[in-house]
Design a protein around this ligand. Structure first.
Ligand code: AMP
Length: 404
């Protein structure tokens, strides 16, 4: 699990993001106000309670809202340029547990606050494509859509409400309420009857204003320029109300019913809604457990595999020269190699077996005989081949021998 976030963190940092930690609990109102009173998350899925002072508190169901609250409260907007933040932590939703859906799960995510440019939206998607590639996951696809701005949504809501009033009797009770208060949410409904009834519903994409249309076209231009494949899903609305313009999800069919690895988009009104100055923003949140499921579907223990490049075992043969052994171990650890060795007395054969079990890529053998010629042995555990090399050459540039 750490490996997934560590991989993401490296990418976030190279794109200029810095880490923020926010509380696991917030006032309930913060979530209901931002995520939306008529969303499933707020209506059914939050763990909410009253504290000793009768204040309404909820465990956070997602990360963006807490980050933006912290951004507004701490005046982070005074930083020059775009503020880029990332986070990681447990999230809580009172859902019926099933594969890919826990009541406590882990998300990491990033938020870029301060620009309207769709290049930023494309870059957020690009970072996560890079992440999935680094995790060597291939079985995924990207869906994008635009949910417009306040202006185009106003017109669209009227048209959609008209459509829904004609289909009222065919849809579930929840959708009847949604149709009244927040019609766009009907596209979240999993009820088969509703989905059928909404098959020919008018789509927001066809009602976008000029600015939103151009924004969406530019996003696609940037994605194409970055060679990122995507599909347009005109019914993708995401389960949270704060989105505007770009929304996207990265999905995998190998995940089963809960097929979204991550979701995100633009939320140009949220900073203002939470008391800040009007500031556009865009972000995303991948779910760690779902990424793990996808890794396991591939029957490929990538968390170990990916580190294998850097796992080195130090073995000895004959009478160990402790000083040289520790010099090599320190040198490798300074260079970030995971460096392992035995604490017991063991034959070389037993040490090599242990190195193999520990998934090490190389074993460095400090042999009494070889040391007489100022040499050590490097054995590739993958290939079973080994060579003698000069101890001085190895100490000068160990990477040269270990990155092959
Ligand atoms: P959302 O905030 O609903 O867009 O979720 C973003 C990502 O978090 C999803 O794509 C999943 O990977 C993950 N996620 C959301 N809810 C759950 C859950 N109940 N259990 C596990 N992962 C979840």
């Amino acid at each position: 699990m750490d490996f997934i976030f560590e991989t993401a963190e490296k990418i976030y940092r190279t794109y200029g993001f810095t880490k923020i930690e926010t509380p696991v609990m917030e006032y309930t109102e913060l979530f209901s106000q931002s995520i939306g009173n008529f969303t499933d998350i707020v209506q059914k899925e939050m763990f909410s309670f009253k504290d000793r002072k009768e204040r309404n508190i909820s465990l956070r169901p997602e990360g963006t809202v807490g980050v933006i609250r912290a951004y507004v409260e701490n005046n982070l907007s005074y930083n020059p340029g775009i503020v880029k933040l990332y986070y990681c932590g447990p999230m809580f939703r009172a859902e019926r547990p099933q594969k890919g859906r826990q009541r406590e799960f882990h998300q990491f995510g990033c938020e870029a606050i301060g620009s309207m440019n769709p290049l930023l939206d494309a870059e957020i998607i690009e970072m996560h494509v890079l992440l999935l590639n680094r995790l060597r996951l291939k079985d995924y696809y990207i869906e994008i859509n635009s949910v417009g701005c306040r202006t185009c949504r106003k017109d669209y809501n009227r048209v959609l409400k008209e459509f829904l009033s004609r289909h009222k009797e065919k849809v579930c009770e929840n959708c009847q309420v949604r149709a009244e208060h927040n019609p766009l949410r009907i596209f979240d409904c999993k009820n088969e009857g509703c989905q059928k009834a909404f098959e020919n519903a008018p789509l927001l994409m066809d009602y976008l204003c000029k600015e939103c249309k151009e924004h969406f076209e530019k996003l696609q231009y940037y994605l194409r320029s970055k060679n990122i494949e995507y599909k347009i899903n005109k019914k993708l609305v995401r389960g949270l109300d704060y989105y505007s313009k770009t929304v996207f999800e990265i999905k995998s069919d190998l995940l089963g019913a809960q097929n979204a690895l991550m979701g995100g988009g633009r939320y140009d009104y949220l900073v203002e809604l939470l008391g800040g100055q009007s500031t556009p923003a865009v972000g995303t949140a991948p779910g760690i457990e779902r990424i793990l499921i996808l890794m396991n579907e591939k029957k490929d223990d990538l968390s170990i595999d990916a580190h294998a490049e850097k796992r080195i075992y130090i073995a000895y043969a004959g009478n160990p020269d402790e000083e040289i052994k520790f010099r090599i171990i320190n040198l490798l650890r300074e260079n970030d190699y995971i460096t392992l060795y035995t604490y017991d007395e063991k034959s070389l054969k037993a040490q090599l077996k242990e190195a193999d079990k520990l998934n090490c890529k190389f074993c460095i053998i400090i042999g009494e005989e070889e040391l007489k010629n100022n040499q050590i042995v490097i054995r590739s555990l993958e290939k079973g081949a080994q060579e003698n090399i000069s101890l001085d050459d190895f100490c000068k540039d160990s990477n040269k021998f270990l990155i092959k």
